[in-house]
Design a protein around this ligand. Structure first.
Ligand code: SF4
Length: 390
């Protein structure tokens, strides 16, 4: 029996045992790929046997904050509006991606809520058959204004980035942000029924270490899910350390492991493990008796590349198959002719075929035990999170 071209096209076949196992699995589920069978059954498997079903979409490179680990000191050169994907183009890309096996999209930025009419995009994406989840990551500044509209548009999940509960520290790390606006946005999101509501906290040694217990306590009486995330090198650690007054500007001066955050949470209460899906990046716990949960995401100390299921779409239409890869594929060129759905599908499959096995950050280097947290390859990978969607 020959497998249909849609499944294999653009996916390089590895002779590694991992792929052979995956190939057998593909063989077994062949009937689901037969012509005429609904797209909701298709799956995309990459060269390393990983199922790719998650697309992060940056809808803008603009932001109303200036977080020090995201925006370079000199700022960024914003794209012209004509260079940014239109909602129609985003819809076409998501439709093609869902046809191949994408099941979940996350809308990011920059700050996605600065993009005019975002609820309209959510409502449009919601009509795509086979797309199971639409999520949003926001800094929360405009959330009070939009919580109800995005809920009514069909948003399934929301993550709010929040690195400090201290007004002055928040202002410092965001270079001018107003904490009250984010906190009232969280209240409004809960009132609108946006659940689960996650709070993403980037761990920065000696900046917010003393607030870890406070963040854990947020989960006590409200259904909030705090995720402590290890800071990943983006080339901005020197600037970050400088503005926040941390150490001497090395990555090691700023990095705090998720394990250290977990130890601090243990002082708040007993951690009870919460079962997660295989592609989930967080190790999640409930503090005994608390309503919400705490989770620990360790891209550096415990990389999860082996179960990575993501693609990233930049606001100007480039598909990035790894956060730390400089290789991107331009999807906008598919809109130049009338055959864009087929062409988009081929380009998405090409991106999957090039997806690397793991990132080139510390954590995958064999001498790591003797040489911890050396940011190998770091300088070559400078980028701003607001440009590619964090
Ligand atoms: S981290 Fe998010 S909120 Fe902060 S500047 Fe970057 S895009 Fe804006």
């Amino acid at each position: 029996m020959t497998l249909p071209p849609l499944f294999w096209k653009g996916v390089s076949l590895s002779r590694k045992p991992t792929f052979q196992i995956c190939g057998k699995l593909a063989f077994l589920i062949y009937p689901l790929y037969a012509p005429g069978v609904k797209a909701i059954w298709r799956k995309m498997i990459d060269s390393f046997g990983r199922e790719i079903d998650y697309l992060r979409i940056s809808v803008t490179d603009r932001c109303n904050l200036r977080c020090v680990y995201c925006m370079p000191a000199h700022g960024i050169i914003h794209k012209q509006p004509s260079d940014i994907l239109s909602f129609e183009q985003i819809y076409s890309i998501v439709k093609a991606a869902v046809g191949l096996g994408i099941r979940k999209v996350r809308i990011t930025g920059g700050e996605p809520l600065v993009r005019k009419d975002l609820p309209a995009l959510i409502a449009e994406l919601k009509t795509i058959n086979g797309l199971k989840e639409i999520c949003l990551t926001t800094n929360g500044i405009y959330l009070s204004e939009y919580a109800l509209a995005i809920k009514e548009a069909g948003l399934d999940r929301i993550n709010i980035s929040l690195d400090s509960l201290n007004k002055e520290k928040f202002r410092k790390i965001t270079q001018g942000g107003n904490l009250e606006m984010v906190l009232s946005g969280i209240d409004r999101a809960l009132a609108a029924g946006l659940a689960p509501l996650k709070i993403n906290n980037v761990l920065l040694k000696d900046f917010n270490t003393d607030e870890i217990a406070d963040f854990a306590n947020l989960t006590k009486a409200r259904p909030l899910h705090v995720r402590f995330i290890e800071y990943m090198p983006t080339g901005l650690h020197g600037f970050c350390a400088d503005v926040l007054g941390l150490g001497h500007g090395s990555y090691d001066d700023i990095f705090l492991s998720a394990q250290e955050a977990k130890n601090i949470c243990r002082s708040v209460g007993e951690l009870e493990p919460v079962e997660q899906g295989t592609a989930d990046t967080a190790e999640v716990f409930k503090i005994r008796g608390f309503l919400g949960s705490v989770g620990f995401i360790s891209p550096i100390s415990r990389p999860f590349c082996a179960s990575c299921n993501k693609l990233r779409l930049t606001s100007e239409g480039r598909l990035r198959n790894c956060l730390h890869s400089s290789k991107t594929i331009d999807l906008k060129k598919a809109f130049a002719n009338n055959n864009s759905q087929d062409e988009l599908a081929a380009l998405i499959q090409e991106a999957i075929s090039l997806k690397p096995e793991f990132h080139n950050l510390p954590g995958h280097h064999k001498d790591e035990k003797n040489n911890p947290l050396v940011p190998i390859g770091l300088e070559a990978e400078n980028f701003s999170m607001c440009q590619i969607g964090g």
